[in-house]
Design a protein around this ligand. Structure first.
Ligand code: AMP
Ligand code: ZN
Length: 113
């Protein structure tokens, strides 16, 4: 439900977050429980529960989300690369049901299993 959704509330400015990048339609914030030196979440402003909620009309949005992930990693100094992952649904370990891309850079734990 977008009213109660944590990331919708962050997008609306109702909950605090450390914003590292913002552009039309998306925001990138620091994860509150980082598992790497850099742990940023790239979040579409529109409420989409998970990756399965994107359609062909969202091709441009998806491209802009991935571009923002690349740009944030670069901006934070991870020029040799970074880890990009998306949890999809409870079976994929998703805990916040508003689509987001994890951007991990620097020393990091292994991916959770
Ligand atoms: P996932 O488990 O893939 O759905 O990722 C959800 C992520 O959101 C986790 O890494 C949480 O630490 C993070 N998270 C939860 N609440 C907040 C919040 N208020 N601000 C920033 N990150 C959050
Ligand atoms: Zn939401």
């Amino acid at each position: 439900m977008p009213e109660a959704c944590i990331f919708c509330r962050i997008v609306r400015g109702e909950l605090p977050a450390e914003v590292v990048h913002r552009e039309a339609g998306l925001v990138a914030i620091r994860d509150i429980q980082p598992v790497a030196a850099t742990h940023v979440l790239v979040i579409p402003e529109r409420h989409v529960a998970d990756l399965r909620g994107l359609g062909p009309e969202d091709a441009d949005l998806w491209w802009r989300l991935t571009r923002a992930a690349n740009q944030v990693a670069e901006q934070l100094g991870h020029t040799t690369g970074y880890r990009f992952y998306v949890s999809v649904g409870p079976g994929g370990g998703q805990t916040v049901f508003h689509l987001h891309i994890h951007v991990l850079g620097g020393p990091m734990a292994r991916l959770p299993v």
